[in-house]
Design a protein around this ligand. Structure first.
Ligand SMILES: Nc1nc2c(ncn2[C@@H]2O[C@H](COP(=O)(O)OP(=O)(O)OP(=O)(O)O)[C@@H](O)[C@H]2O)c(=O)[nH]1
Ligand SMILES: [Mg+2]
Length: 115
């Protein structure tokens, strides 16, 4: 495998933060990527997905992270929930979502992953 192919493959590892509105996804995403997206104490703050890389001081910088609008399930009922579903499964910027982290509440220490 050529080195450019190796690089492309590594960069396509994406961890998506998915979960109920106002559960702390963007706060975690900001910390992991060093971003400054708006966080507020009411649901519906995030209306588009974002992509960023893990901050260098936290580990593998080629690891990509995705923030998504809040959703209660992967069976969308609202426009925000459709954005999340499309960001995961019909996203030209992401070849494959390697891991989906289901975030229920910032107070809940255990979060489910499908890895
Ligand atoms: N106490 C506490 N508050 C948190 C924590 N993480 C996030 N919050 C607060 O929870 C609120 C919602 O945080 P966001 O990160 O905007 O939540 P979100 O899941 O991105 O929300 P949506 O984009 O609406 O889905 C904000 O007021 C944050 O400051 C945490 O670990 N502890
Ligand atoms: Mg958000």
């Amino acid at each position: 495998m050529r080195s450019s192919e190796t690089e492309l493959k590594v960069q396509n590892k994406t961890i998506a933060l998915i979960g109920s509105p106002n559960s702390g996804k963007t706060t975690l995403y900001n910390w992991l990527t060093g971003s400054r997206f708006k966080t507020v104490n009411y649901p519906g703050a995030t209306v588009e997905f974002s992509l960023g890389h893990l901050a260098g001081h936290l580990g593998d910088h080629s690891l990509q992270l995705m923030d998504t609008p809040g959703t209660y399930s992967l069976h969308p009922k609202s426009a925000d929930e459709w954005v999340t579903l499309r960001a995961l499964y019909e996203n030209p910027k992401v070849e494959q979502v390697t891991c989906k982290m289901f975030y229920t509440d910032y107070a809940c220490i255990n979060c489910k992953t499908d890895m």
